[in-house]
Structure formats: structure tokens, C-alpha cells
Design a protein around this ligand. Structure first.
Ligand SMILES: CC(C)=CCC/C(C)=C/CC/C(C)=C/CC/C(C)=C/COP(=O)(O)OP(=O)(O)O
Ligand SMILES: O=P(O)(O)OC[C@@H](O)CO
Ligand SMILES: [Mg+2]
Length: 234
């Protein structure tokens, strides 16, 4: 699979995609088969695997079990470099460009190199922006950075364009897992109109109606975590 190519083609052809986020921290080995069964049979294109705080080796253990059951590509979405595993297809190589914490701008990326230089994972340079979703998410706590206010569209757009200039191949607009307010459609649309790389949007999206709205605003891939965990969707 070449995930980046698939996302770029989808963006050009206005094809819309959905991913379910599985947090290795919240599942046990015994849950994996059921989770995979649900994803395999849902109108979902990918599994995203990751969490802000996951114990060392937990991602590898869960990812290995997932490979026995999943029929769709698995994309790593790591909170830090210790979450890396080869039991996946691709990696969102995140750069937290909305914040100013060097740990998440360059240090984690450098620490990931010894593993990645021996790995066959497809590595996708991903500009990651935290947008205020009305709740203090785990990602905010862990990264110790400030989210960008939803009203500050100009700053969100400029940060996104800067990300594209820096060479990011995709852009992830994140309101935070469990956000009370997802990224607004106007924000997504403003970013979409200023960039030509695929956009991922996640955080607080709980319904098919909302997925459609965010897709229409310009997102290529929408990520659903909490609503799937609660069995509210798919
Ligand atoms: C480049 C490598 C190897 C790692 C990237 C390290 C960076 C820059 C991470 C960005 C900041 C961060 C901590 C992102 C985590 C994103 C994520 C996996 C969120 C998933 O949701 P949770 O925050 O776990 O939600 P819950 O609180 O619901 O569990
Ligand atoms: O759990 P939710 O709110 O769906 O968020 C998903 C994802 O964008 C978090 O990184
Ligand atoms: Mg988590």
C-alpha cells in the first residue's frame, strides 16, 4: 500500500475517507478480534492506532494481535517514539507545529530514527495542529502546548501553509480526543482553500452527519475515536 499516494489521489478526485482510532491503552488482547470485526465490516477505510499515553510495549502487543484479524490498512498515530512497531502499514510522522515545545517539534522525531532506519513502515510527514476543542485533551496535557483558538482562522491557515512550505505531506487538524467542539467546518474550509495537500480532521466527531459536513468542508480523511469506543457509530 502507498498510503500517501492514496490520500493525494483521493484529495484530487474528491474521494472521502474515514478512519477509526484505536487506542492501545484502552484495549486488551481479548478485545482485538471484536474491534477488528467491527472495522472490517464498517464503511471505514483505515485503522489508526495510537494514544497520547501508552505504556511501552503495549502498542506492539496490540498491533501484533490486530494483524491476525484486520483486513484494512493500519496507520500508526504515535504519542511518542516508544509507540513505534513494525506491525502496521504506515506511520503518521507527526510534527506538532501549532505549539512551541521542541520535544514534539524535533526531539521525538530524532529519537524515532534508530527504529525507523531499520523499518519498512511508510513514513508520512504530517503537520499536526491542535485546535481548541473546548476541552483539555490528553494531547494538550502531554505536549504542554497551547491549542489555536478556532476564531483565529488566519493563524490556523498561516500555520498550515507554513507546514506545507516546510514539506509536510499531509495536515492533521486536531480538536483533541473527546472534544466538545470539533474543528468547525469554516476552519476546515479555510485551510482547504489555502493548501493543496490532503487534510485529516479529528476530535469530537460523533455522527455520520458531522463526518459528511467535515468531508464537504474539505477534509479527505475524518477520524472517529470516542464514538466508536462507545459503540455509538459503526
Ligand atoms: C514522530 C514520532 C515517532 C512521534 C510523534 C510525537 C509527536 C510529535 C506527537 C504529537 C503530540 C501527541 C502527544 C500526539 C498524540 C496524538 C494521539 C495519538 C491522540 C489520540 O488520542 P488520546 O489523546 O490518546 O485520547 P484519549 O485521551 O481519549 O485516550
Ligand atoms: O476520540 P475522538 O474525539 O473521536 O478524537 C479522535 C482523534 O482525532 C483524536 O486524536
Ligand atoms: Mg488515549
Amino acid at each position: 500500500m502507498n498510503l500517501l499516494k492514496t490520500l493525494q489521489t483521493a484529495q484530487k478526485e474528491n474521494k472521502k475517507l474515514i478512519a477509526v482510532l484505536v487506542d492501545p491503552d484502552k484495549v486488551s488482547l481479548a478485545d482485538v478480534e471484536t474491534i477488528c470485526y467491527r472495522i472490517n465490516n464498517a464503511p471505514v477505510d483505515y485503522m489508526l492506532l495510537g494514544g497520547s499515553t501508552v505504556c511501552e510495549n503495549q502498542t506492539e502487543m496490540i498491533a501484533r494481535e490486530i494483524q491476525k484479524h484486520i483486513t484494512k490498512p493500519v496507520i500508526l498515530f504515535p504519542g511518542n517514539y516508544t509507540h513505534l512497531t513494525n506491525y502496521a502499514d504506515a506511520l503518521l510522522f507527526l510534527n506538532l507545529i501549532s505549539g512551541d515545545n521542541p520535544e514534539y517539534l524535533i526531539h521525538q522525531q530524532v529519537k524515532a530514527v534508530p527504529f525507523l532506519s531499520k523499518s519498512t513502515l511508510e513514513i508520512i510527514p504530517t503537520g499536526y495542529l491542535l485546535i481548541d476543542g473546548g476541552t483539555e485533551s490528553s494531547t494538550l496535557k502531554v505536549s504542554k502546548t497551547k491549542p489555536i483558538c478556532q476564531q483565529n482562522i488566519e493563524h490556523i491557515v498561516n500555520t498550515s501553509i507554513a507546514g506545507q512550505y516546510m514539506g509536510q505531506k499531509i495536515l492533521y487538524l486536531e480538536a483533541g480526543s473527546g472534544a466538545s467542539t470539533p474543528v468547525a467546518k469554516d476552519v476546515v474550509n479555510a485551510v482547504y482553500n489555502s493548501l493543496n495537500i490532503p487534510i485529516i480532521v479529528g476530535g469530537g466527531i460523533r455522527t455520520l452527519k458531522k463526518i459528511k459536513e467535515i468531508h464537504k468542508a474539505g477534509a479527505t480523511l475524518v477520524v472517529i475515536g470516542t464514538a466508536f469506543e462507545l459503540n455509538d457509530i459503526f
